[in-house]
Design a binder for this molecule. Structure first.
Ligand SMILES: [Zn+2]
Length: 312
């Protein structure tokens, strides 16, 4: 059994995972937290409560798995860079904390890479050693496994910055400092801007909705709203074309798509497959594109999967 923590943007999820199965999961607000150390202490107490409910304690566990936004050095259990979230996690010694506080090893990974490792071990990537995963959410997370090894690289950023692939030269400014990144064209955080700037918004039913999300855009598009339909097509096109680029760059056998924006998976996957079939190079046109098996608990299962070697 692995106690796990998913340091996400707005909520911190935590729970207990055993062989890819979430036994218990809960979450707390990430915004009201103090320092990263205080936050980890707070979650430790909550995890202790979950363990106690199963007549267990931290000493019964193989280690603590953490999934975190940002670039993460999984070898030394450090967060290297963040982008406005958990900035004080940079430089924090997670390994020393785990050892001092619980006598346990801490393994930490970038959230997108952890999600892919979780799908590889226990989900949609099982049995396949050449995978790309795209997580469509507030931001866009990407990760890759090539020849049975997670792509990491010397800066620990390998495969992780697909959301900041520049797809529109001199496009909108991005949170990363560049312009025209994939995230600035189509992502959860840019969606309100896409809606607000759309020339047909005045005639759209989206205008009357407070904070419409991607689901509302899809619903309005289905009801014949042309503004919503154009925004939907714009997003699907950019995501589909990005998947073509990832396939061309990395040559995987399978692409897994997950994240909170995948609220109509069959339809979105069909769109991405169509774009790959149209623009893919030779045999790469037929690379599988499938949905994540654990879209709601990707971070938790992924964090636990970092201890896959200890569980078997
Ligand atoms: Zn960017």
């Amino acid at each position: 059994m692995i106690p796990v923590i998913d340091l996400g943007g707005t909520r911190t999820k935590f729970g207990l995972v055993d062989h890819g199965v979430v036994l218990e999961a809960s979450s707390c607000d990430a915004a009201s937290r103090g320092s990263i150390r205080d936050h980890l202490e707070e979650i430790s107490d909550l995890l202790s409560g979950l363990l106690k409910g199963r007549e267990k304690s931290f000493s019964d566990c193989a280690g603590i798995g953490i999934s975190c936004t940002g670039i993460v050095d999984g070898v030394n259990a450090r967060v290297l860079t963040t982008n406005g979230k958990y900035d004080d996690a940079v430089g924090f010694d997670f390994a020393a904390w785990g050892k001092q506080r619980h006598g346990l090893e801490v393994r930490i990974e970038n959230d997108a890479r952890a999600a892919l490792i979780g799908e590889w071990r226990y989900g949609a990537g099982k049995g396949c050693d050449d995978l790309v995963m795209v997580t469509l959410g507030t931001g866009i997370g990407t990760a890759a496994i090539i020849n049975g090894r997670p792509l990491v690289g010397p800066a620990f950023a390998g495969g992780n910055l697909g959301g900041h692939m520049i797809v529109h030269s001199n496009g909108r400014p991005c949170t990363c400092g560049a312009r025209g990144c994939l995230e600035t064209e189509a992502s959860g955080w840019v969606l309100p801007t896409l809606i607000a700037e759309h020339p047909k918004l005045d005639a759209s039913s989206l205008k009357a909705l407070s904070k419409p999300g991607f689901k509302e855009v899809m619903d309005c598009a289905d009801a014949g709203d042309s503004c919503a339909r154009e925004i939907l097509e714009h997003c699907l096109r950019y995501w589909g074309e990005a998947i073509v680029s990832f396939v061309h760059l990395l040559g995987p056998a399978r692409v897994i798509v997950g994240g909170g924006l995948m609220n109509s998976p069959d339809r979105m996957l069909a769109s991405f497959r169509g774009t790959l079939c149209k623009h893919g190079w030779g045999a790469l046109k037929a690379v599988e594109i499938i949905g994540a098996e654990h879209p709601d608990n990707a971070g938790l299962i992924g964090a636990a999967a970092l201890f896959h070697d200890r569980e078997h």
